[in-house]
Structure formats: structure tokens, C-alpha cells
Design a binder for this molecule. Structure first.
Ligand code: GDP
Ligand code: MG
Length: 465
């Protein structure tokens, strides 16, 4: 009951915020949403002879401060409920840029003696859009994807999700699950001997089709998650093999210190780049070797290990101009890209030697941090590892949470297939289909997302969105 009334309050308060970034700029936009939006706007604005604008028409007005003095000439637009971003009455006041005008406008709105309004919480406008059915949860999260996009490709993926590509595809799967589950449950109510609604073969075919669709969706979403979160790439290997040089050449700038003294890089160095439309976070690490415990170098090595754990792709750097050190090739982690650096020098270590010593390596490439030779191939190898099956042009911008929901759905469908094949019973299969459906309900926020989930999603937004 308490939770419900909190939610009602969230829905009915009038909220206001400055929706543009702080600082000097051409304009700033103050946004008000809720039943008090129009009367509040009228109370702090003075319009010319034409009066308050009809919905979706912009008009000039004077913004008044508490004492009735004109503070600024502003443009005002009004969106009437339910045809607005939040589904409520919205008024937007476009002031001249500069923090003070927008702040004065906001204070005038929040300080009205008889029409209550409060400052919006982070993401609250978008949360209301979701609560009022203007967006589903996957679209609401895509709004943040659009705001945070770090590359043009990521922005396109977020826009596809926002326009409903993910929702419509997921809804199609959802409805199919509902239909199959319904058929099974009808079958359950039939007395012995009645013909079943669907044969096992039909059911298996339908489930197979669903699995296929979910695989496609998962591929598109992993590509999109990549675009959204960026790929974390860690450069690791023994000291002096050229990790810092490689970072610098990849970035086109001298970011990390390069010396011929082993153990120079001690802290992690992180920089962002965009490769082939994908945002990448590159981390240079201290060389991995035994160091005196407690030394500065030892703590750098510990951080390097943590960074390696968290990375999407590990690039293991070797110096191909000198024989490998004992145990060096054996340290190469499974699935790493091996960079045989210093290819500009006479070659001592061959690809095939590394292949034999580290059969788990995903790719072995000769390159030179000094001349830049082989670096494009390295970028391509990193991206193709991170991307997996999905094509970026089809990518849907999803969060890790959404990807997990899609995977949970696919998992339940595949369990359902097994249960049909093994003849475990229709009630079990129906239960699994219900689970699959539940995962999609979470994805889309159908039937009202749990309050805690909504809090965690919308708290990542800025105030005013
Ligand atoms: N010839 C040549 N020297 C390199 C190359 N990459 C790095 N070096 C040299 O190798 C030494 C160690 O490089 P650094 O980047 O500090 O290695 P780190 O300890 O792995 O970070 C420096 O003297 C670099 O100039 C390369 O591709 N070719
Ligand atoms: Mg270094």
C-alpha cells in the first residue's frame, strides 16, 4: 500500500528541472510536467496580445521574477496531456543561455505560493513517460543510450532501439510464447483420451523457430551492447615488450611513458578511442612479473591482474626480437590476441612457436608499435572477437540487464524444447514457457516494472531528462 501511494505521488506531483547542461550557451530549456505545469507557467510569464500558446505552438513571452520584474525574453511551448513526452501537460520555457536565467526561472516555478511543484529526480520525466505508457522500458533505457552514445554507430543503434525495433521484435516473441503456453494449458484441462491441442511435433517446430529468433535477437543485442558500453581492451605481458609503446601508437599520442627500463609503468593508464564505429577503452598495464611484495611495482601488477579479469579482450604482447622468457608463452590467457611486437627488428619468435606453446590464443599477429605495421589487423581482430556473431549495422542498443533478460528467455525456451523431447509433461513445458515470458516482461517492463528496478534504471539519467 505504501509503495503504491508513493507511486501515485510520483505520478501526480508537478515536477520541474533545467533540461539543458549548465554553463554558458545559446539557450537553456526549463521543463515543467504535471497538472500544475500550465497554471505555473502562466503565473511566471507575461504574453502579448495573443496570450498563452495553444499546444505545440511556440510563443514569445517575458519571464518575470518573484517581484514581477522582467528577467528575460523567452520562447514557450506547451504539449497537452496525453500527447507529450511524459504523457502529462508539459510546458517548456526556452530562456537565453547562461545558468542564472534558467535558475531564476526554475526557482520562480518551484517557489509559487499556491501551486506546488518540486525539482524532478534524475530521469523522472522519462520514468513518467514509461509509467504513462508512452515508452516501454527498453525504449526508456535507449533514451539514455542516445544521450551517452560515444560513437556515431552507437547513436544509430540507440535510435533503432528507441524507435521500437527491440520492443516490436520482443513483443512478437512474447505473443508467440503466450499462444503456445495457452495451447498447452488448454490441453492440460482436457480429460484423458481427448486429442491434444498441439502435437509434440508442432510444438517442437514452433519452439525451434522461437530459438532461432532469439538467437538473432541476442546477436543484434550483443553487438549493440558493445556499442553502448564500449569494448574494454587490456594490453598485458611481461615488462619491456612494448605495451606502452603500443598504447601510444594506437592512440596517436604519447600517453604512457616508454623507457627501456623494465617496470616503468606502474599504474593503469586508460584512454578512449573509436575503432570502426565502436568505442574502445584501452588500458596499459604494468608488466606482469614477480616483484617484491609490497613494492609499488607489485601493487601495479595486482591492478593489472584485476584489469585483465574485467576486460572484454586481452591483448598479450610479446617481444619477437628476443627469445621468450621461461614460462612467458604459458601465461597467455585463453582467447587472448597475441601481438608479436617489434616486427621491425630481426625476428626471433615465430607465430608457429607461439601457436604451439599457447594453443588457446584466439589470434597471433606480427606488428610493430614503432612503425605502426600490423596495427589495423590488430584492431580488426579485437573488434571481431568482441563483436561475435552480431553485425553492427543491425545492433540494438541494450544494457547488460536487458541482454541478460534475452539470454534468460532463450535459455528457458531451450529447456522447454528438452522437456517436450523427453516427454516430461505439459505442465513442466508450460511452466518453462511462462519463465521465458517472464524474462521478456522484465525486458519490456510489462505489467509495471518492480520499483527497485525502475529506481536503478532511472537514477542513471540526468536531472531534466
Ligand atoms: N624496435 C622497436 N622497439 C620497440 C617497439 N615497441 C617498443 N619498443 C621499445 O621497447 C622498449 C620498451 O617499451 P615500452 O613500451 O616501455 O614497454 P612496456 O614495458 O611493455 O610498456 C622501449 O625502449 C621501446 O622504445 C617496436 O615495435 N620496435
Ligand atoms: Mg609500460
Amino acid at each position: 500500500m505504501a509503495a503504491r501511494s508513493a507511486r501515485e505521488a510520483v505520478k501526480t506531483d508537478t515536477i520541474a528541472a533545467v533540461s539543458t547542461a549548465w554553463g554558458e550557451a545559446g539557450i537553456a530549456i526549463v521543463r515543467v510536467s504535471g497538472a500544475g505545469a500550465v497554471p505555473l507557467a502562466k503565473s511566471i510569464l507575461r504574453f502579448g496580445a495573443m496570450g498563452f500558446p495553444p499546444p505545440r505552438e511556440m510563443r514569445l513571452a517575458s519571464l518575470l521574477d518573484g517581484a514581477g520584474q522582467t528577467v528575460d525574453q523567452v520562447l514557450v511551448v506547451h504539449f497537452a496531456a496525453p500527447r507529450s513526452y511524459t504523457g502529462e501537460d508539459i510546458v517548456e520555457i526556452h530562456t537565453h543561455g547562461g545558468t542564472l536565467v534558467a535558475q531564476t526561472c526554475l526557482e520562480a516555478l518551484l517557489g509559487h505560493p499556491s501551486i506546488p511543484a518540486r525539482l524532478a529526480l534524475p530521469g523522472e520525466f522519462t520514468r513518467r513517460a514509461y509509467l504513462n505508457g508512452r515508452l516501454d522500458l527498453s525504449q526508456a533505457e535507449a533514451v539514455l543510450g542516445v544521450i551517452r552514445a560515444r560513437s556515431a554507430e552507437a547513436l544509430r543503434a540507440a535510435a533503432r532501439t528507441l524507435s521500437g525495433s527491440l520492443s516490436s521484435f520482443a513483443l512478437e516473441i512474447y505473443n508467440e510464447l503466450l499462444r503456445l503456453q495457452g495451447n498447452l494449458e488448454v490441453g492440460l484441462d482436457f480429460p484423458e483420451g481427448e486429442p491434444p491441442e498441439v502435437t509434440d511435433e508442432e510444438l517442437l517446430n514452433s519452439l525451434e523457430e522461437l530459438s532461432e529468433k532469439l538467437r538473432g535477437l541476442e546477436g543484434r543485442c550483443s553487438a549493440g551492447a558493445l556499442l553502448r558500453e564500449g569494448v574494454r581492451v587490456v594490453l598485458c605481458g611481461r615488462p619491456n615488450v612494448g605495451k606502452s609503446s603500443l598504447l601510444n601508437t594506437l592512440l596517436g599520442q604519447d600517453r604512457a611513458i616508454v623507457t627501456d627500463q623494465p617496470g616503468t609503468t606502474r599504474d593503469l593508464i586508460e584512454e578512449g578511442a573509436v575503432w570502426g564505429g565502436v568505442p574502445v577503452r584501452l588500458t596499459d598495464t604494468a608488466g606482469l612479473r614477480e616483484a617484491d611484495t609490497g613494492s609499488i611495482e607489485a601493487s601495479g601488477i595486482e591492478r593489472a591482474r584485476v584489469a585483465m579479469e574485467a576486460a572484454d579482450v586481452r591483448v598479450w604482447v610479446l617481444d619477437s626480437s628476443r627469445p621468450l622468457e621461461p614460462g612467458e608463452a604459458q601465461e597467455i590467457p585463453q582467447g587472448a590476441v597475441v601481438a608479436l611486437n617489434k616486427a621491425d627488428l630481426p625476428c626471433v619468435v615465430q607465430e608457429k612457436d607461439v601457436q604451439a606453446a599457447a594453443p588457446g590464443a584466439a589470434k597471433i599477429l606480427r606488428l610493430s608499435a614503432k612503425t605502426g605495421e600490423g596495427l589495423d589487423a590488430l584492431k580488426e581482430a579485437v573488434l571481431s572477437l568482441a563483436r561475435g556473431e552480431g553485425a553492427l549495422e543491425e545492433g540494438l542498443n541494450v544494457t547488460a540487464r536487458q541482454l541478460a533478460d534475452i539470454r534468460a528467455c532463450a535459455h528457458a525456451v531451450s529447456e522447454a524444447k528438452t522437456s517436450v523431447r523427453e516427454g516430461v509433461g505439459e505442465d513442466v513445458t508450460a511452466g518453462l514457457l511462462g519463465e521465458a515470458r517472464g524474462a521478456l516482461e522484465r525486458l519490456l517492463g510489462l505489467g509495471g516494472g518492480a520499483e527497485a528496478l525502475l529506481d536503478s534504471i532511472f537514477s542513471r539519467f540526468c536531472v531534466g531528462k
